[in-house]
Design a protein around this ligand. Sequence first.
Ligand SMILES: [Mg+2]
Length: 402
Amino acid sequence: MVTASPRTILHVDLDAFFASVEQRDDPSLRGKPVVVGGSARRGVVAAASYEARAFGVFSAMSMAEALRRCPHAIVVRHHMDRYAEASRQFFRILDDFSPEVEALSFDEGFLDLTGSERLLGAPRDVGTRIKQRVRAELSLVASVGVAPHKFAAKIASDIDKPDGLRVVGPGELIGFLQPLPVSRLFGVGEVTGETLRSMGLTTIGDVARYPEAALVARLGPALGPMLAGLARGEDARSVEPERAPVSIGHQETFEHDLCERGDLEVVLLHQLDRVAERLRRAELRATVVGVIVKHDAASNGPGFRQLTRRQTLSDPTSDAAVLVRAAASLLDQFDIDDRPGRRVRLLGGFAAGLEARQAPRQLALDEATRARGERLGDTLDRLRDKFGAAVVRRAVHLDDED
Ligand SMILES: [Mg+2]
């Protein structure tokens, strides 16, 4: 088996994030069982302070059940804007330690520290410094795990919560994982956990020692090999920082080939309207508009031809009308009519040469941060729109690892 050289992955996770922000911002809540939700008496628990957890209150629980278990809990309505601001500050700190930061949610991320020891110091010291900065700048508490891969790093940050710091070196990996219950395996929920236990497998070590073929036969060709690999301490997933998109576009393949200019313009109108919406949501502008055309197969030609034409705009824009006008004029550059090989099988409109709406000249400096901010912003929009009983589960998933 080929073994990659050891990596150093650090996982940081804020402790009881939403509830801790509430306690930070309202001193009267400190030391008390705090439950964050959408409304006081209905709905689902989005987050619970450690004081509330002591009474068996957890994320995703119904508020009614939470109040039955902890009648004196203080129910606080969520403040998404505060969580978003804290999240931005949190990732700004992480960005100071590595260009390779992958955001998993508002309050947790992976950093790849491989090879950075000479620059940043030992991984344990990096973890300590991140924790110190989070405490000093955010008045929040972070837990940190360091391990040779993501799977173990995430467990390591969780295992000593709250205020944890656990480093698992390459030589300690197997010994760290094997005694843990199978529920710690990534991808094992209640059902799979029950299946594993019915097979007599209660720890990760049990899974590692079990014949892989038998595991695959029982759990299937996707989950079986994945769990076997994780149990043996293998996880090749890399840390994947968000990058700003290079272009935003939509394209469609038609059931019946098109050749009428009016039809094509209508399609472009719809596509670029959606493109413009995505630009605005991402706080970006396009400096280039493009059109992609794939023709049908000509009776005597070499098959489908796909062509792209693009135009630079005089002013960057996220205005659908401007994009559509430019795209429609680009149609002139294609040879489209009702003959084989000239009809349109696929049409797409896209925006490229993207730059930030606010600070166009600084895009290169912080595009990764910006892209992540967009994604977090979108998530926040959805939460804000839907922070009702059923959909609170989305919020809960964001916080249910701590
Ligand atoms: Mg957390």
